[in-house]
Design a protein around this ligand. Structure first.
Ligand code: ZN
Ligand code: FE
Ligand code: FE
Ligand code: ZN
Length: 267
């Protein structure tokens, strides 16, 4: 069992909260033995503007130029260009327009907002105290299903991000995850193993093994991502990620090109 060859989730300083130039991400990727990476910086927010969370629409040409430059310089490393786009209900048309603005290799759809509350944003963390945690989890899974069913995305990002700060539902969420897995399968989206959770208060990957097992059993395909916001995190903990994938029964993962599955890599 070798490490995943592709890291499909990383950022650039254009989002306002990542450090390091794309060239440094690419260099680190080669150092740790990756064959392929994909930049998936935060797509312009559709509901409001916040330069500390995402790029704005005027920065997209620069984003593309930056990535095209490293694509040429870092062969044989293959570098894909992607976005991580927020799912915000009611803004599907606007989101679609942004995603159609340029050719992308894949788009990661992520839920970071519940009714305009950035529940994973450290600056909005106190608001957890006024919440019913079970309700937050139900709302989160509902949004995950809607994001997959929207048809806007190829991969759903960090599919249990709601646990980031360690808040745990007292109710069993197995049925929520099972329902979500069915919707993912029907929508044809992949789920990612995102190692960033290991570096967060929760201290475990997204999604946790029991959730990932449910996605695997439902036939939802897989990708891997470090969610690096710093070049040193590219490919981080990919050995553990592979162990997890294999432990829950995954036999392969996806490589994307121009928003289609380019090939599958055996585990
Ligand atoms: Zn980010
Ligand atoms: Fe995210
Ligand atoms: Fe990310
Ligand atoms: Zn992310």
């Amino acid at each position: 069992m070798t490490k995943p060859i592709a890291d499909y989730h990383m950022h650039t300083p254009l989002c306002g909260h990542a450090v390091g130039e794309p060239s440094e991400y690419a260099r680190h990727a080669r150092e740790v033995g990756l064959e392929e990476i994909g930049f998936s910086d935060h797509a312009p927010l559709v509901s409001h503007e916040d330069p500390s969370i995402t790029m704005n629409i005027k920065q997209l040409p620069r984003y593309h130029r930056m990535i095209e430059e490293v694509q040429k310089k870092y062969t044989p490393l293959r570098i894909k260009i992607a976005l991580e786009a927020d799912f915000i209900p009611g803004y599907e048309k606007k989101t679609k327009a942004i995603l159609k603005g340029y050719p992308y290799d894949y788009v990661i759809g992520s839920v970071h907002f519940i009714n305009q509350w950035g529940f994973d944003d450290p600056s909005e963390r106190e608001r957890w105290q006024e919440k019913d945690i079970n309700q937050v989890y139900h709302d989160y899974y509902d949004l995950l299903r809607k994001s997959a069913a929207s048809g806007l995305f190829d991969i759903i990002g960090h599919a249990d991000l709601v646990k980031k700060f360690g808040h745990r539902a007292s109710e069993d969420m197995t049925e929520e995850v099972k329902k979500t897995a069915k919707v993912f399968k029907k929508a044809g989206v992949a789920v990612e193993i995102n190692t960033a959770g290991l570096r967060k208060p929760v201290g475990e990957m997204y999604p946790a093994a029991d959730c990932l097992k449910i996605y695997q059993a439902a036939g939802v395909p897989l990708t891997f991502g470090s969610d690096a916001h710093d070049p040193k995190d590219v490919g981080k903990d990919f050995d553990q990620a592979m162990t997890l994938a294999s432990a829950v029964g995954y036999k392969e993962y996806l490589i994307f090109k121009q928003r289609k599955v380019e090939r599958k890599v055996k585990i």
